[in-house]
Design a protein around this ligand. Structure first.
Ligand SMILES: C[S@@+](CC[C@H](N)C(=O)[O-])C[C@H]1O[C@@H](n2cnc3c(N)ncnc32)[C@H](O)[C@@H]1O
Ligand code: SF4
Length: 387
């Protein structure tokens, strides 16, 4: 029908123009970040869109189980402000601290994201019922990471604080079946694992489980302990085991054709850490964290607030005094104490206790006297002795 051909043409032309915006913006963004320019003509290319910081679970390892602050759902008028930069974005992570599917608007928000943007979602998987699975396929969510952390119901209950393992496996099976039925490449499903002392050996079984489910990729990460109750679960106390088992995990996954993304072992890291200095950070140029309460942060490690979309426009925040000061600081003094927690920029070392264990109070502040080497990093205003 003529209308269809016309609307297809409009869509095609929109994509052509967006591609122009994207490429041009990225080029300018790249130049501005490498030159440490603080007032920008370009926009970020990636973001976290924290639809809600509410969650259906209270996993004992996660701040959700002790966080006392207000739970928010990102207001519609703030979403409208964020939409203005959609033409420049390449990637949106449609989650943050919480479970986005708890928000009834999740699929409307997803549908509103233009097709040129890669959409990624990390979920606990419990709410991905057949209806949600259909929607994810229809709306072409690109990547779905399901945090399972276990290969058995018993371990799941400890790590995630309640039953649900079987339900999630069923949800994955149904989603996979629907993908096949609809001949859809998306969403590409990955399984995520947090390494505890108690579940490290279970990871062999986890790789088998992923294989049997036809999952092409597994991501794994060390448990970060925020509460004294979990201190003994840290792999910081099992370094030899991690050094020994991680290479075996890599070998097994490779044999089964599964892509495995896990961190370095303690030994591997120790070899590099001696020579690591401050690695440049371009996140305050390339990335932005939109919080559910309307506040803005520069990345997913640093919870500093650089503006508030409740009272300011995007432009006022992006080139405001706080953002400019932060950009100026990040690759010079890197004095901000939160940047001292960033491993990705060579500021925190995987071999240090503070990487794995840092006790926080209910407001998210580091508890003094409990975190020796981390506190030293904070009190010197930098995580790196070379600064
Ligand atoms: C905060 S959750 C939000 C998304 C979703 N609710 C989920 O659980 O996947 C994002 C990721 O952080 C991980 N996570 C939470 N607390 C952690 C901790 N203390 N140490 C390491 N990873 C943690 C979760 O397992 C999950 O993969
Ligand atoms: S499901 Fe995710 S956000 Fe919710 S408590 Fe667990 S780790 Fe935290």
């Amino acid at each position: 029908m003529p209308e269809n051909i016309f609307s297809q043409w409009v869509r095609f032309m929109e994509t052509v123009f967006r591609t122009g915006d994207l490429t041009r913006n990225k080029k300018i963004n790249n130049r501005e970040s490498r030159k440490n320019i603080t007032s920008l003509k370009s926009y970020p290319t990636r973001c976290y869109l924290e639809i809600t910081n509410q969650c259906n679970l209270r996993c004992p390892m996660c701040g959700q189980s002790w966080f006392e602050g207000k739970r928010s759902y990102i207001p519609d008028d703030i979403l409208a402000k964020i939409r203005e930069i959609y033409p420049y974005l390449e990637e949106i992570n449609v989650f943050g601290f919480g479970e986005s599917l708890v928000d009834k608007r999740f699929f409307n928000i997803l549908a509103d994201i233009p097709p040129h943007i890669r959409k990624k979602y990390v979920s606990n998987g419990l709410l991905i019922n057949p209806e949600a699975a259909e929607k994810m396929i229809e709306l072409q969510l690109h990547e779905l990471f399901i945090s399972l952390d276990s290969a058995t119901e018993g371990t799941f209950q400890f790590v995630r604080g309640q039953k649900g393992f079987k339900r999630i496996i069923q949800n994955i099976q149904e989603l996979t079946r629907l993908k096949k039925e609809k001949n859809s490449e998306y969403p590409i499903i990955s399984l995520a694992y947090t390494f505890y002392r108690r579940n490290i050996e279970e990871f062999f079984q986890f790789i088998d489980l992923a294989h049997s489910l036809g999952i092409p990729r597994i991501t794994g990460d060390y448990l970060i302990v925020y509460r004294p109750e979990l201190e003994q679960e840290s792999l910081f106390h099992e370094q030899e085991k991690a050094n020994r088992l991680f290479p075996q995990f890599r070998e097994k996954a490779a044999q089964l054709g599964i892509e495995l993304i896990i961190p370095k072992t303690f030994d591997e890291s120790a070899k590099e850490e001696a020579s690591i200095e401050m690695i440049p950070c371009y996140e305050p140029w390339e990335f932005i964290y939109f919080r559910a309460d309307g506040k803005i942060g520069p990345c997913c490690v640093n919870d500093i607030q650089l503006g508030d979309l409740n009272t300011m426009s995007f432009e006022e925040i992006w080139n405001g005094a706080k953002y400019q000061a932060f950009r100026k600081m990040v690759n010079t003094t890197r004095k901000d104490p939160n940047c001292a927690q960033c491993m990705g920029r060579g500021m925190r070392k995987l071999t240090e206790r503070s990487f794995h264990i840092k006790f926080l109070d209910n407001k998210g502040n580091v508890i003094k006297g409990e975190n020796t080497d981390h506190e030293q990093a904070l009190s010197s205003g930098s995580g790196s002795p070379s600064l």
